[in-house]
Design a binder for this molecule. Structure first.
Ligand code: AMO
Length: 448
């Protein structure tokens, strides 16, 4: 049977008496007469106390040999070893750590740790990535993934309550799903396959399939060689796609409701811990989020004295920071939808405006100064879609399977894709998505 251990956080609710706790050795204070071990499990830390017996008295009592062995075992404990302790729980207000301690009866060193720890608190991020499992033992790092769980759970609850269908689209593809430039090619028997860059085509497929509303949380791959703090070669993409929209505004409404659901749950469950470990007060964003057409946003940024250096029509990272600062000052909001991106910089499947085909019905969601998401209404009229594909230099032949979706009755639809690690990075004020990705993948990182 499994050891019936008690989680450290639950000790305070127990009466004084016998308990079993298991966890990792945090620190050992090995004093002559008494030994203290701070034991940490996934829920917290507790002090273990052991009256030391350094040598056998001439007239040794029964159990003295065992006490001597335990004392020596504690002296030899290395940081990070996994131990199980049985003993007597005793409340004691003088104990700073949780107002209780466990007086040790037996010690079982289940799995000893090498005494030389490969990383310390001040190790470089790269070194910490090398030893990610040890890095994740720190309560602050572990909290990130509890927050992620809560956030995604809230999104899922929203989706389930609102009748969405969960889909799992293939990650092996016969063609690109976004830009060809960022495509990973893999050998596929006698031919080639490509790793999926986005569930884009297949979440759209669910619309003519009659699913109505779908979502997916899954991996996306981008052969992006850059080493920025916000790019990974593999990331978790949070996608939604819905039928019967009138414009991208309906997608934005869905998007902001989801963010409110996610942030509300995170604040309720982890607000205090986030305050303590990250020094950040989680704010549930007010709806509607500000919406600013891109052209206007660029003018605002220019008026603030920042000239976007790129010749094309996109917003660069500094421009995103500038517009976010403006929105924060003007509306007190951390989120902003930038809308109406130029057709020239958007994929062929974005619907273009009826009155101005140089503009798409699309948006980017910026949070604390960084893009976390792209969304759009899709072009569902086959003739227009084919023209737009050609306009982008794409071969309609190669897109055949996708174009067929639009030849047998497809409702107007739209959706968005959002980078999960980016949301967490910006929510927690972290400087890189390496911190908020369980195991980061980048141009020079495939291990562990
Ligand atoms: P896009 O390419 O803008 O849109 O990606 C959507 C969101 O995914 C995240 N993201 C990344 N995160 C980490 N590393 C990367 N290399 C990376 N690339 C993208 C970002 C980005 O905002 N199919 C469309 C979405 C849609 O229209 O539904 C798409 O993939 O947070």
């Amino acid at each position: 049977p499994l050891v019936t251990r008690v989680l450290v956080k639950n000790l305070s609710a127990l009466p004084d008496g016998p308990v079993t706790v298991s966890g990792w050795v945090d620190t050992v204070r090995d004093q002559k007469k008494v030994q203290f071990v701070i034991l940490r499990d996934e829920s917290g830390a507790v002090q273990i106390v052991n009256p030391a017996l350094r040598e056998l008295p001439e007239e040794a009592a029964e159990g003295d040999a065992a006490r001597l062995a335990t004392t020596e075992a504690i002296s030899a404990l290395s940081h990070g070893s996994f131990i199980t302790v049985t003993g007597e729980l005793k409340k004691d207000e003088r104990v700073k750590l949780g107002g209780l301690e466990v007086k040790l009866a037996t010690l079982d060193v289940v799995s000893a740790a090498n005494p030389e720890a490969p990383i310390a608190a001040d190790s470089s991020l790269d070194k910490r990535m090398d030893w990610r499992f040890l890095d994740l033992r720190q309560p602050k790092q572990a909290l990130i993934f509890r927050i992620q769980t809560t956030f995604l759970h809230a999104l899922r609850s929203y989706w389930v309550e609102n009748d969405f269908v969960e889909i799992h689209t293939p990650k092996l593809m016969a063609s690109a799903s976004e830009s060809r430039a960022e495509l990973f090619e893999v050998e596929y028997f006698d031919g080639k396959a490509y790793l999926s860059q986005s569930p884009q085509f297949f979440k759209q497929m669910a619309q003519p399939a009659g699913f109505g509303k779908v979502f997916e949380v899954g991996p996306a791959f981008r052969a992006d060689p850059s080493f920025t703090s916000r790019h990974a070669t593999e990331f978790t993409s949070v996608d939604a796609e819905v039928s019967w929209i009138e414009s991208h505004d309906d997608v934005m409404k869905l998007h902001e409701e989801l963010m409110v659901a996610g942030f509300t749950a995170v604040k309720a469950k982890h607000g205090a811990e986030i305050q303590e470990l990250f020094g950040i007060e989680i704010e549930v964003p007010a709806v509607p989020f500000p919406r600013i057409p891109l052209a206007e946003a660029k003018q605002i940024v220019a008026d603030r004295g920042y000239v976007i250096p790129r010749a094309d029509d996109d917003m660069d990272p500094e421009g995103e920071r500038q517009i976010a600062a403006y929105v924060k000052e003007t509306y007190g909001h951390d989120f902003v939808f930038l809308t109406d991106y130029a057709s020239s910089i958007r994929p062929f499947y974005h619907m273009r405006r009826e009155d101005d085909e140089t503009i798409t019905n699309s948006y980017d969601l910026i949070y604390n100064g960084t893009e976390i998401s792209t969304g759009a209404q899709r072009e569902h009229r086959i003739d227009v879609l084919v023209e737009q594909a050609k306009d982008k230099g794409l071969d309609p032949e190669e897109l055949g399977f996708y174009l067929d979706f639009f030849r047998y009755g497809v409702p107007p639809h739209g959706g968005f894709g959002m980078g999960l690690a980016r949301v967490l990075m910006l929510m927690l004020g972290e400087s890189s998505i390496r911190e908020t990705t369980y195991l980061f993948r980048g141009p020079t990182r495939l291990l562990p």
